[in-house]
Write a protein that binds this ligand. Structure first.
Ligand code: IMP
Ligand code: MG
Length: 188
């Protein structure tokens, strides 16, 4: 697959994961999910807004009769670490009772958002809940979370692109890059 022709954004210090590396890893995750859920009809549950790009790529690599839904959790606002407890901004629409849910998330950082999502789903009595996350920052974890399908572990750096934002910017970049410190130093 050809790489998107896009110059390195001036606010990006370094590219941590290229478009080609991400696409390759997404295909591997899709193949693993297809094998593990054989015979099932999983519900892919994306967490808005960050998981949007990962979800739309991942779902097209899964060869199963899947459905999808989206929930939204409160986000950062214009700063680089979570402020306060997560809350629900958009609920589920799908009836997930007795269904196999695969949560799709951009990044597991402290783990608080994922813990909140898992607790939110439990009263709907899904048959099972697993987690697919493109990125994980294990060094920042405050809540133990087991990621079933992980794209990449990343160091404790603020990254953007491929759905991840800073102040709602940079989500459209096809790669994952480290944001220059001077971009957020004044606001954080
Ligand atoms: P957690 O609740 O601390 O695990 O944070 C999870 C959410 O924080 C993710 O869904 C992202 O939206 C956001 N987040 C965490 N780290 C980063 C980052 O490096 N760049 C952009 N967003 C991030
Ligand atoms: Mg997010």
């Amino acid at each position: 697959m050809p790489e998107t022709t896009m110059l390195l954004h001036p606010d990006i210090e370094t590219v941590l994961l290229t478009e080609a590396a991400i696409q390759q890893r997404v295909r591997e995750l899709g193949a693993a999910i297809t094998a593990d859920y054989a015979g099932e009809r999983p519900v892919l549950l994306g967490i808005l807004n960050g998981a949007m790009v990962f979800l739309t790529d991942l779902m097209r690599t899964i060869d199963l009769p899947l459905t999808m839904d989206l929930i939204a959790l409160s986000s950062y606002g214009p700063c680089t670490s979570a402020q306060g407890a997560p809350s629900l901004l958009k609920p589920l629409i799908t009836d997930i009772a007795g269904k196999h849910v695969l949560i799709v998330e951009d990044i597991v950082d402290s783990g608080a958002s994922m813990r909140f999502a898992l607790d939110y789903l439990r009263p709907f009595h899904p048959a099972g809940v697993k987690i697919a996350a493109l990125l994980s920052k294990p060094s920042r974890r405050q809540v133990a979370i087991e990621v079933d399908y992980l794209g990449f572990e990343v160091p404790d750096l603020f990254v953007v692109g491929y759905g991840l934002d800073y102040a709602q910017q940079y989500r459209h970049l096809p790669y994952i890059g480290v944001l220059r410190r001077e971009v957020y130093a004044r606001r954080d």
